[in-house]
Design a protein around this ligand. Structure first.
Ligand code: ARG
Length: 465
């Protein structure tokens, strides 16, 4: 069956039929298609295009089809069609007869598919946000469980300054919380009804678009028929939100891969999310995290691919737009899978605070604190930096830590050295406590952020509640 046969008499190339079909992908829209059709039948009835009896026949047919599909998850097996919209109309004709031919009065697949795409975007954004809330919960539970653990903080992957492990976890909480709000923003912008826009110019029938919008759960009606039939911003925004979320997940994955390596040994992944080697019996590899890191590349590709499809298209609908679905489905599926696994990995992560603490002794993480203390005594920061730098060079060349320094030795490089500076140089606890600014790593500040985050995650679960 075709929705457009009249104009053609030549035979179509079966290979091109296969090349151009989208049913294999957009069959995922089938329940949206049925829902939209059910609402549209009522709009046609109110517009007096359908007699009440016809509307009832179509409604019964669409409901029967909907029940059939929901009963059988394998409904699409062995089915073929140009796209899901064509398939539904053909099935409806089988069930309800010739009246099915009245269904697409005044509309086009252009406004239809745009409507279903937006329904999918809205649902997927919420689903992703819910899964992200699980991941954020897992981060918060670990932060509570390890609230006093001290981690060597790194920049350039070189030891930098000590931080609370909870502060580290809360950094990812911030990233994922931005991802959530981005998804909700995307949902809110997608929340406009295309149906009624027709192929590009609107419809000649008295379709009450505001009423249709309400029936289909849209907050508003799209204001320009030309724009909305080719607008794929909702898909692009959703894929971007996925791509950035995958970037965050990939960075978390990289951290956990490094931190779980025996050279660091700060964390250990549960067996359930690790894999062994077929030759080296001792191996326990963080494959779950590596796959997340690896798959992030594909989602970035989905975004680049989708934007490339959109650029340079003449207005309004062009068949190129059919390609939005492959990018969108792949990005959402990959991201959802990655978020769900990451949540479980974080929830089951074993931590080794004693290893973290031991490593804070190496790498002179308190060097900035020593320089800051000299500044408090009146030394310009530039000189303080130079003095402490020389002291570190001396220690490093002898393989010593600050703890093993004698006063005379230290005074060669830092003339003002005394027991108080020694204390500053050797207490990571005090180094952390001193960073008592909003957003800093001092325990007081982190506790405040953690409490706030625990409240926030509850409301993220229900953004419209
Ligand atoms: N399958 C198409 C898509 O997903 C919808 C059909 C619109 N086709 C057309 N020739 N106007 O974009």
């Amino acid at each position: 069956m075709k929705l457009w046969g009249g104009r053609f008499s030549g035979r179509r190339d079966p290979q091109f039929e296969k090349f151009s079909e989208s049913f294999s992908l957009d069959q995922r829209f089938v329940l949206y298609d049925l829902r939209v059709n059910l609402a549209y039948v009522q709009a046609l009835r109110r517009a007096r295009v359908l007699k009440p009896r016809e509307a009832a026949q179509l409604t019964a047919g669409l409901e029967a089809l909907s029940r059939k599909i929901q009963r059988n998850s394998n409904w699409a097996k062995g089915q073929a069609a140009e796209d899901v919209h064509t398939w539904v109309e053909a099935e409806l004709e089988r069930i309800a007869g010739g009246v099915a031919g009245k269904l697409r009065t005044g509309r086009s697949r252009n406004d239809l598919v745009a409507t279903e795409m937006r329904m999918y975007v809205k649902d997927s954004a919420l689903q992703l946000a819910h899964s992200l809330a699980d991941l954020m919960d897992a981060l918060l539970v670990q932060a509570r469980r390890n609230s006093s653990a001290i981690l060597p903080g790194y920049t350039h992957l070189q030891p930098a300054q000590p931080i609370l492990f909870a502060h580290y976890l809360l950094a990812y909480f911030e990233m994922f919380s931005r991802d959530c709000t981005r998804l909700v923003d995307c949902l809110v912008r997608a929340d406009e009804l295309p149906l009624g826009a027709g192929a590009l110019a609107g419809t000649t029938f008295a379709i009450e678009r505001e009423r249709l919008a309400r029936d289909l759960g849209f907050s508003r009606v799209a204001g320009n028929s030309l724009d909305v039939t080719c607008d794929r911003d909702p898909a692009a925004e959703l894929v971007f939100a996925c791509a950035l979320c995958m970037v965050h997940l990939s960075r978390l994955a990289e951290d956990l891969i490094v931190y779980s390596s025996p050279g660091f040994g700060y964390v250990e992944l549960a067996d359930a999310y690790s894999t062994g080697s077929s030759i080296m019996p001792q191996k326990k590899n963080p494959d779950s995290m590596e796959l997340i890191r690896g798959r992030s590349g594909a989602v970035l590709g989905n975004l680049a691919g989708l934007l490339a499809v959109l650029k340079g298209l003449p207005s309004a609908y062009d068949r190129d737009l059919q390609e939005d679905k492959a990018a969108m489905f792949a990005a959402v599926d990959t991201t959802l899978g990655a978020v769900q696994i990451a949540a479980r990995v974080v929830a089951t992560l074993r931590t080794h605070p004693e290893r973290m603490k031991a490593m804070t002794e190496l790498g002179f993480l308190t060097a900035t604190d020593v320089a800051d203390e000299l500044v408090r005594r009146g030394v310009p920061f530039a000189s303080a930096h130079e003095q402490v730098g020389k002291l570190v060079q001396h220690c490093a060349s002898l393989g010593k830590t600050f703890r093993e320094l004698s006063t005379q030795e230290a005074m060669q490089f830092v003339p003002g050295w005394d027991s108080n500076l020694h204390e500053v140089a050797t207490s990571v606890q005090r180094s952390i406590a001193r960073r008592d600014v909003t957003g800093g790593t001092a325990p007081r500040q982190v506790a405040r952020r953690l409490a706030r985050a625990e409240k926030a995650v509850a409301s993220l679960r229900n953004p419209f509640g």
